[in-house]
Design a protein around this ligand. Structure first.
Ligand code: FES
Ligand SMILES: [Fe+2]
Length: 357
């Protein structure tokens, strides 16, 4: 059975990736074409021409006004996927239509709904407002992962690995040594994992970006919206500096680390990452440093998770794991995602062949 959760919104791209050029990306095993209409709105449809399945994202396929023209024999589709012209005849076959996908642009992301379109209104899209908000500066990117999405979820839910895998960047001994608290909001389907370090080494990622010298208060508050969006609310401040009782926090530096986790296939993932900060807003040097550092950290995870995927592919079914306290958040996320996958799978219409039986 598939581990991919269907009937869900996923981040397909950054808004900046979609423009007046055809652009293809595989999401949850579906090849999807993205482009913008002349009014600037984004649209998504199957990336396979109904004629002979030529990819519409492949040159010489191209846009003409608000239509896309297949680069092989010229079938032409409008922005909702309806075929409006075919070569050599005036009659367009009634069934000539590409599947189109619901699309929403929000928080700098292009979200696409994978599943039964008529359910898209009933599934909320989690928010990451800092990525597109006054008072924050954001750096971001996407790295392809040759590993299943659940491995990235495991990785992000347990940050004790920072100490070992990301030593010298974001890891210090206190991360692995400080216990976590985990909470699950079953109704909202959110998993929270918190680790508050009151007296910790300041890793280079924060020392160089904030200018703090010496030891720090370091809070990591994770908020995961399975299966697709992970938020890490990170607060650092000089040791002893806490927020005011009214919640204001002039002495703290806040970094919102966002990951959108989008399955490409069962065994590969689009790893979208973004780092938004509320300090040094105009400082290009800080932006360059955080972009480079975070990308390096993400690539350290990519190397580890790709290795893990290769290992797991060769393991017999039912291989054993051994979980400890640090895994509590990851296990909660797995449980919710398994339930979501089962519920989503029930909604997937059977294939015509199966229905005919
Ligand atoms: S494959 Fe697209 S027009 Fe023939
Ligand atoms: Fe990591």
């Amino acid at each position: 059975m598939t581990s991919i959760v269907r009937n869900q919104w996923y981040v397909a791209a950054y808004g900046r990736e979609v423009g007046r050029e055809v652009f293809g990306r595989t999401i949850c095993g579906e090849s999807i074409l993205f482009w913008r209409r002349e009014d600037g709105s984004a649209t998504a449809m199957s990336d396979r021409c109904v004629h002979r399945r030529f990819p519409l994202s492949e040159k010489p396929s191209h846009l003409v006004g608000d239509t896309v023209v297949c680069g092989y024999h010229g079938f032409t589709y409008d922005a909702d996927g309806t075929c409006v012209a075919v070569p050599g005849q005036t009659r367009v076959p009634r069934t000539a239509r590409l599947k189109s996908y619901p699309v929403v642009e929000q928080d700098s992301f292009v979200w696409v709904f994978i599943g039964d379109d008529d359910r898209s209104d009933t599934v909320p899209i989690p928010r990451a407002p800092w990525l597109d908000q006054e008072g924050y500066t954001t750096v971001s990117g996407m790295e392809p992962l040759a590993a299943r999405a659940s491995l990235l979820v495991d990785n992000l839910m347990d940050l004790s690995h920072e100490t070992y895998l990301h030593g010298g960047y974001i890891g210090t001994p206190e991360v692995a040594n400080t216990p976590i608290t985990t909470e699950v909001d079953e109704d909202a389907q959110v998993v929270y994992v918190s680790r508050h370090m009151d007296d910790a080494d300041c890793p280079p990622f924060y020392a160089k970006s904030t200018g703090i010298e010496g030891r720090i208060v370091r809070w990591q508050d994770i908020e995961f919206h399975p299966p697709c969006l992970y938020l890490l609310h990170s607060r650092v401040a000089p040791v002893g500096t806490l927020p005011n009782e009214d919640g204001t926090d002039p002495g703290g530096f806040h970094v919102e680390v966002v990951y959108a986790i989008t399955p490409e296939t069962e065994h590969s993932t689009h790893d979208f990452w973004a780092v938004a900060r509320d300090f040094a807003l105009e400082d290009e040097g800080v932006s360059d440093f955080l972009r480079e550092s975070n990308r390096t950290v993400v690539l350290q995870d990519v190397v580890a998770l790709d290795a893990l995927e290769r290992v797991l592919a060769g393991e017999p079914d039912g291989y054993q794991e051994l979980s400890i306290n640090i895994d509590t958040g990851g296990l909660a996320a797995r449980r919710i995602m398994a339930a979501q996958a089962a519920a989503g799978a029930e909604q997937v219409p059977e294939s015509p062949a199966a229905l005919a039986r």
